[in-house]
Design a protein around this ligand. Sequence first.
Ligand code: ACO
Length: 430
Amino acid sequence: MENQNRRVATLTLDDGRSIELPIMSGTLGADVIDIRELGKLGMFTYDPGFLSTASCSSEITFIDGDAGLLYYRGYPIEQLAEHSSFLEVCYLMLNGELPDAQQHEAFGNKVTRHTMVHDQLVRFYNGFRRDAHPMAVMVGVVGALSAFYHDSIDISNPAHREISAMRMIAKVPTIAAMAYKYNTGEPFMYPKNSFGYVENFMYMMFGTPCEDYVPNPVLVRALERIFILHADHEQNASTSTVRLAGSSGANPYACVSSGIAALWGPAHGGANEAVLKMLEEIGDISRAAEFMAGVKDKKYRLMGFGHRVYKSMDPRASVMRRTCYEVLRELKLEDDRMFQMALELEQIALKDDYFIERRLYPNVDFYSGIVLRALGVPTNMFTVFFALARTIGWVSQWSEMIADNERKIGRPRQLYQGAVRRDYVPIDRR
Ligand code: ACO
């Protein structure tokens, strides 16, 4: 701390004024310059897209894009994907530590007891067109949860924050499965609490009242891994949206709903869908080389490649590739045309100077669409699955922000480039 206080960056303006700005160090990652005092000079910084701005301090997730590292609360994503469960990761995210056996069981029981939605909420679905995009339904119905829990949305009360977090983790899978069922016209399935978290979601998605649903453990594990890989990714667009909405004191259901809206955009949550579309268009492995030539000519992009933060292999992509093998083997689809094409494109890219020079590697989305498709998930539900998994990240980041003594309402400034002052001209003189 002492050392941290001694380090400063000195900013000198062209008019000779200067200011010393403290340099702050985190436990990992790049140092940051604390510019909070800059306003004293009557100036702001300009940083569209926040490429050089840390908007908060956080203890939840760490990414090193150059080294290809992703940690949740210090634990490498590969270890969590291999050994942990999604509910355990939820506990870790919310509480900062892995649970012991008793805490794990108590947490699981709590989540399980909140999986049903209020019966009145079911009527919301009838207000949507049957062909409504399930993400539109998610934005609406998750936001509507705030209308049901007036008694527990005092954000300054830690017990209220905890119960809201539990409700969100438990109910978002139910709401997501209902969005799917409404789309297909099949009856809604009530949650079945004898199932684990992921099994229960698969049951609500793929089960029907006509027959017993027997979850396949290999496929359950695959989906569990997808959820773990997508649980959080530090201050991305949707998480920043949740924090910004929450900074005004808005209730957590409304904040998560705003996160779902941000995730819906194709540049954020829609890339795995775009990968499948691309593979469909290529059509056959024999056309892979020709397609890649078009990528290098900048006619189109290789979807599922490249990342704003990762400039080496996205650690989630390797886990996802392995999961892809496991799922396709289990379903006896090893020769899956899409998967073979994806492997071929990856091999070409990893050896090609265009991709090597630009540090373009597969990201998590390159293989996740193939896994989801093999599981029988329709493409319009891909982003919904992402939203389900990311709910724990949003809720944890929101809780952290509310408990932070340095919390302020989010209020970026701007570089104004509009008209200077002018007088109103009556319409007959324009
Ligand atoms: N295919 C071909 N060329 C690419 C690709 C790609 N997928 N991605 C980047 N490039 C090239 C650009 O043309 C540019 O080349 P140039 O230097 O000759 O002009 C260079 O690499 C840098 O590209 P930028 O767009 O500046 O990189 P940025 O970091 O801003 O973009 C992004 C990252 C948006 C993810 C980009 O790589 C991309 O569009 N990828 C495809 C879409 C995708 O997979 N998105 C999912 C991201 S992961 C997620 O959201 C969960």
